[in-house]
Ligand binder design. Structure first.
Ligand SMILES: [Ca+2]
Ligand SMILES: [Ca+2]
Length: 90
């Protein structure tokens, strides 16, 4: 899980936000370079992840790599050089 620090000018406070782990290379854009490692973790419905490196690909929070995870990845797909969408930060 990656994190970013956001400064709120209205309150003068900084907040640490956790980001969904779809930005596998840490470049703050979600593109094809992130899809390749994510895609290698797709197992199918009810088939649990075996590779511990796939822990970051658990986008829907359960143990399999299925269409639900793929859907969440596509919601966060921004494109090369384009920052990840605000909805992909929580
Ligand atoms: Ca990326
Ligand atoms: Ca899943």
């Amino acid at each position: 899980m990656k994190a970013v620090v956001v400064y709120d000018f209205s309150t003068g406070l900084s907040h640490v936000l956790e980001m969904l782990s779809v930005d596998f290379d840490g470049h703050e854009a979600v593109d094809g370079e992130d899809f390749n490692p994510f895609n290698s973790c797709i197992t199918g419905p009810d088939l649990p992840w075996e590779d511990p490196l796939c822990a970051d690909a658990r986008l829907d929070g359960d143990l399999d790599g299925d269409q639900s995870d793929v859907g969440l990845f596509h919601q966060c797909l921004s494109g090369p050089g384009i920052s990840v969408a605000p909805g992909c930060i929580h």
